[in-house]
Design a protein around this ligand. Structure first.
Ligand code: FRU
Length: 492
């Protein structure tokens, strides 16, 4: 545990985190104590705590040699910072401890499984990653890597599979067997998910191929998750190089969720497919089962294609989404913010049938840390065709959600949020009223906006780095409109 590299990271984060101005930190979203984070790792329950690790480079606001940072929570809202868990301090992981997962073992230990990366120059002169899976055991704070690492080597994957992209193990336990689902590439260069099994987490063998991309949903599949939800089997992957497809998938790094069944050999039978989140910033989600049986998901609220959007003069970069409860409605997996957020409401402002004409401000409705629900009853609004909500607004800036009731679309735009690079600033999604009603629930936390459409049928998560002074919220419709609006301040 007490490697020099880990010790250095622990001391650095302890000291430097105190230098991060409060205004830079979201109120209830996880960030690094200092530096860079990407994927959530090891989101799991252990000894009455929910643990979350993350891809972490404390020394700058850019990706670098990956460590695992660590926080824990009891309610998914208030997080306690813990010292960094692992560092790339062994020969076999010297170029990074990439993503992975964690598990409470029946013998009381906490298992971490991660991808250990070594970069080597091949005979053709090209430097490539060699990715294998390694484990560390711990007590919730300190972790010991084992002698036999890497415990799942590239020697164990099918002959024709790729030896370089082999990563992001998701562990789960059934009976006395521990399983690990790992992303890899088939002979055709696209994603293939390999399931390994073990009795002691040290000796592993390949059990089955769970699913293959066959070049259908992107190329490499990163960060798999595989779990049961309301009697269905769910498979989530984060594909690279996705192409846009209908209204469901956007180009680039995406997130794809399959609903289906698990065959007796643990392979997967797909029934339907959907995106996980339609926003500009959402990637690499992980789930856990809460003590009371809810399936909770958290993701990196960023995307590789938008990383340079950040103001790197800040001391921290990257944040997680708010954890969300998953449930199935009409065959589609939907998401709701964890209910624990309701314990943190401050003042509540409630308007029934608020009249929206031109640009309308409502007393009390403003801010950057809040939970707001806007309900549009279309039977009361037959004459309007457009309705807009502007947030993070002042004379200079705005970020908006624009409903087009004729086209049945919702457009998100952060073009005027102070972005100074030509990155993705807008998204448009299809939207259908539910029983004549459109419900938009929006959670803001300083530099992010997470939208839940019609009780989480669709979600759209995006970072908005507009300066905090821009805290107005306004409503607009092309004709006189009536909306029910409730805003709760969130006080942490
Ligand atoms: C996904 C990912 C993973 C990898 C990690 C490296 O965002 O590319 O596949 O393990 O990030 O930080």
């Amino acid at each position: 545990m007490s490697s020099e590299l880990l010790q250095k990271a622990r001391e650095y984060e302890k000291k430097e985190s105190q230098q991060v101005p409060e205004a830079q930190r979201p109120a209830y979203h996880v960030t690094a104590p200092v530096g860079w984070i990407n994927d959530p790792n090891g989101f799991s329950r252990y000894r009455n705590w929910y643990h979350l690790f993350y891809q972490y480079h404390p020394y700058s606001t850019h990706w670098g040699p990956m460590h695992w940072g660590h926080v824990r929570t009891r309610d998914f809202i208030k997080w306690e910072q813990l010292p960094a868990a692992i560092a790339p301090d062994e020969e076999y992981d010297k170029d990074g401890c990439f993503s992975g997962s964690a598990l409470a073992l029946p013998d009381g230990r906490q298992l971490l499984m991660y991808t250990s990366v070594v970069r080597k120059e091949d005979s053709d002169g090209i430097v490539r990653d060699y990715q294998q899976q390694s484990v560390a055991f711990g007590d919730g704070t300190d972790y010991e890597k084992v002698e036999k690492n890497p415990v799942i080597s590239t020697g164990m994957i099918p002959q024709k599979n790729d030896k370089h992209d082999f990563r992001d193990p998701k562990v789960f336990i059934e009976g006395d067997t521990v399983f690990s689902l790992v992303g890899n590439r088939s002979e055709d260069g696209s994603g293939e998910l390999l399931l390994f099994e073990s009795k002691d987490c040290i000796d592993w063998k390949l059990k089955t191929v769970v699913d293959r991309c066959n070049n259908e949903y992107g190329r490499m599949w990163e960060c798999p998750d595989y779990f049961e939800l309301e009697g269905k089997q769910i498979l989530i992957v984060s594909p690279q190089e996705m192409k846009a497809d209908g209204g469901e998938f956007h180009p680039g790094n995406g997130t794809v969720l399959f609903v289906g069944e698990r065959n007796s050999d643990y392979s997967f039978k797909r029934e339907s497919v959907q995106t996980v989140d339609f926003g500009t910033d959402f990637y690499a989600p992980q789930t856990l089962e809460s003590e009371d049986g809810r399936r909770i998901m958290i993701a990196w609220m960023q995307n590789w294609d938008t990383c340079n959007y950040a103001n790197h003069t800040r001391k921290i970069y990257g944040q997680m989404t708010l954890p969300r409860e998953l449930f199935i409605k009409n065959g589609r997996v939907c998401q709701r913010p964890v209910r624990e957020i309701e314990n943190y409401y401050g003042n509540i402002y409630n308007y029934k049938d608020a009249v929206i004409e031109n640009e309308t401000k409502l007393d009390g409705i403003k801010g950057r840390v809040l939970d707001m629900t806007v309900k549009l009853d279309l039977t009361k609004n037959e004459s309007i065709s457009c309705f807009r909500i502007d947030i993070c607004k002042n004379e200079k800036y705005t970020t908006y959600f624009l409903l087009d009731l004729n086209k049945k679309t919702l457009k998100f735009s952060r073009e005027k949020s102070g972005v100074y690079q030509d990155i993705i600033t807008t998204r448009e999604i299809e939207i259908q009223p539910e029983n004549g009603m459109i419900t938009l629930r929006l959670l803001l936390d300083k530099y992010s906006a997470e939208l839940f459409v019609n009780d989480g049928e669709k979600t759209l998560s995006s970072v908005v780095y507009t300066e905090l002074e821009a805290d107005e919220i306004t409503f607009w419709a092309d004709k006189k409109a009536f909306a029910d609006i409730e805003m709760k301040e969130i006080k942490i």
